[in-house]
Structure formats: structure tokens, C-alpha cells
Design a binder for this molecule. Structure first.
Ligand SMILES: NC(=O)c1ccc[n+]([C@@H]2O[C@H](COP(=O)([O-])OP(=O)(O)OC[C@H]3O[C@@H](n4cnc5c(N)ncnc54)[C@H](O)[C@@H]3O)[C@@H](O)[C@H]2O)c1
Length: 272
């Protein structure tokens, strides 16, 4: 169905390069008729790749560190100014763990960095929604989507403190979903995505192994970034107006599979 987002305006965070999930969401939102502002941390802007996406989608860019309420205030007021009114959809596609970056395993986490992980990857959603609420920046029946990972519910040790960040993120989506649903009929959901080969994904130790493991376990295989973007678009559209406060699995069936033929084959071969 074309033009699913015709007339809608939004804010899309987290497009770093063309592998980014947010990059695909922006391309698809543009194709479906939306207008939007792109945002990322000032540091990420220096790479400059976002400019190509902005040109392709005819989208202004507003830099904002998602941990800074002041930056987010400028983002939401700037976006409303540039787009000529209140916001219909927001994509939170932000994650970073200094502990993962520095290769710390779960037993040796640096607690200052742990707090940074939580601030960047989880509290930033609260800060965004807080600013949006304060500015009354969201339209009725608006939609907010944040990207999560199954390590919020299951132990994946190599995901270290990001597991806790995702659990907090999902919890914030529920609490703010209740608040904004009541106030403005705005829905807030998280999409729990398969392992995806992006800059953030590839930074996790053992990523290739658990990418292959998830792929072999999931009956549909790992969901690619493009398919995740399609799902986000459906959640921004009017077709999902009563879906809120959910953590929605977008994982090819991984989370509800015990064992697959492919895994049995791999393990049988390994034992020969
Ligand atoms: N790649 C995966 O395997 C996978 C799986 C499930 C969920 N996710 C989630 O998807 C989201 C997008 O990640 P991705 O895989 O597209 O990787 P990515 O590296 O392309 O995107 C992460 C983005 O977060 C931004 N960011 C980091 N710190 C920031 C800050 N202080 N302020 C604003 N932006 C900041 C980065 O600049 C980058 O654009 C993240 O929340 C990630 O945890 C990824």
C-alpha cells in the first residue's frame, strides 16, 4: 500500500551510515510520503554520511546528543518549526555502550560507563518523551518506536550492560505509553529486532557467531534491517492505532523457538 505515511511528519534518530536500521526507516518513510527531520549525535555528524540521506529524503538535519535535555529541546522545537507543526512519529534508534566498545566482559564492567550506557541507550527515550510532552509537540494518534533486543529478557552475556539498558528502555516505553496514551492517544512501543550487521551490532564480541546462531534457530531466518524498517513504518501508520505499550518481537520466530533442524545438524556434525 503506497503513501502509508502521506501527510505525516516525524523525527528519525540514529542514521549513522547506510547499514543503520534508521537509515532504512528514513528511506521507507520518505517513499511512503512522510516528511521528517533527521537527527544524530554531533560526533556522529562528523562522519558526514547522513548528508547523503538528508539529500535523498529532502530532510533537514538537527544535531542532538540524546543524553542532553537542552539538545532535545532544540531538536523538538526545531523540528516543529521546520516541518510546520506537531510531530506524528518518532524513531528512537540509539544505542551505545562504552563497556562494549572497550571490550569489558560482564564481570568487569566500569560503573561510570554503565551509567553512560543507560543514559544513552535507555534514559534518552524518557528524555525525548519528556521534552515532547513539555512542548506538547506530538499530534494525537502519534506513534513512537524505539529499537530493542531480546537480551532484555534473556541472558546474552556478551551484550553486557546493554541488556540492562534494553530492559529499562522497554519499561520506559510501557510507562510513557500509558501516560501519553491517556493524554494524547499517542502510542509508544519497542521493536525487538534480530541481530543485524550494523556498526552498533558488529561492535559486540562474538557477534558473527550469535548472528549465525539466531539465523539457524529462527524459522524465517534473521530479520534484515529493511524488514525492520517496514515494521516501523506500519507502526507509524494509522493501521496500528491501538497497538501500544508493547515490546514487539521482530525476529523471524527466534524468541519462541526451542531448537531447529539446522541447529541439530550443526551440533550433530560437531560431535562426530
Ligand atoms: N544491530 C543489531 O544487531 C541490533 C539488534 C536489535 C536492536 N538494535 C538497536 O537498533 C538501534 C540502532 O542501531 P543500529 O544497529 O542501526 O546501529 P547504528 O550504529 O547504525 O546506530 C546506532 C546509533 O546511535 C547513535 N548514537 C549513539 N550515541 C548517541 C547519542 N549520545 N545521541 C544520539 N545518538 C547517538 C549513533 O550515532 C548511531 O547512529 C539501537 O538501539 C540498537 O541497540 C540493533
Amino acid at each position: 500500500m503506497p503513501n502509508l505515511l502521506a501527510g505525516k511528519v516525524g523525527i528519525i534518530s540514529g542514521a549513522l551510515n547506510e547499514k543503520s536500521i534508521a537509515w532504512k526507516v528514513a528511506q521507507k518513510a520518505h517513499a511512503e510520503g512522510a516528511r521528517f527531520v533527521l537527527t544524530n549525535a554531533p560526533l556522529a555528524m562528523r562522519m558526514g554520511e547522513i548528508n547523503a540521506l538528508a539529500e535523498e529524503c529532502n530532510a533537514p538535519i538537527i544535531a542532538a546528543d540524546a543524553t542532553s535535555v537542552e539538545d532535545l529541546e532544540k531538536l523538538f522545537s526545531g523540528a516543529q518549526e521546520q516541518l510546520g507543526g506537531k510531530i506524528d512519529f518518532v524513531l528512537h534508534s540509539i544505542g551505545m555502550s562504552p563497556n562494549i566498545r572497550k571490550g569489558k566482559h560482564y564481570g568487569e564492567l566500569n560503573y561510570d560507563w554503565f551509567q553512560k550506557t543507560l543514559d544513552i541507550s535507555a534514559l534518552s527515550l524518557h528524555k525525548m518523551l519528556h521534552v515532547a510532552e513539555k512542548q506538547d509537540a506530538l499530534n494525537e494518534w502519534g506513534s513512537v518506536v524505539a529499537l530493542s533486543y531480546i537480551a532484555a529478557q534473556r541472558a546474552f552475556l556478551d551484550y553486557t550492560d546493554m541488556s540492562q539498558a534494553k530492559a529499562v528502555l522497554e519499561s520506559i516505553a510501557r510507562s510513557y505509553g500509558q501516560r501519553l496514551g491517556k493524554q494524547k492517544k499517542v502510542r509508544v512501543n519497542t521493536v525487538s529486532q534480530s541481530p543485524t550487521k550494523t556498526t552498533a551490532g558488529a561492535g559486540i564480541s562474538g557477534f558473527d557467531a550469535f548472528y549465525d546462531y539466531a539465523d539457524k534457530l529462527s524459522p524465517l531466518g534473521n530479520a534484515p534491517a529493511e524488514a525492520c524498517a517496514d515494521y516501523c513504518i506500519s507502526l507509524f501508520s494509522d493501521l496500528t492505532r491501538y497497538v501500544t505499550m508493547q515490546n514487539l518481537m521482530h525476529d523471524g520466530g527466534f524468541s519462541t523457538t526451542g531448537i531447529s533442524e539446522e541447529m541439530v545438524e550443526v551440533l550433530t556434525k560437531a560431535n562426530l
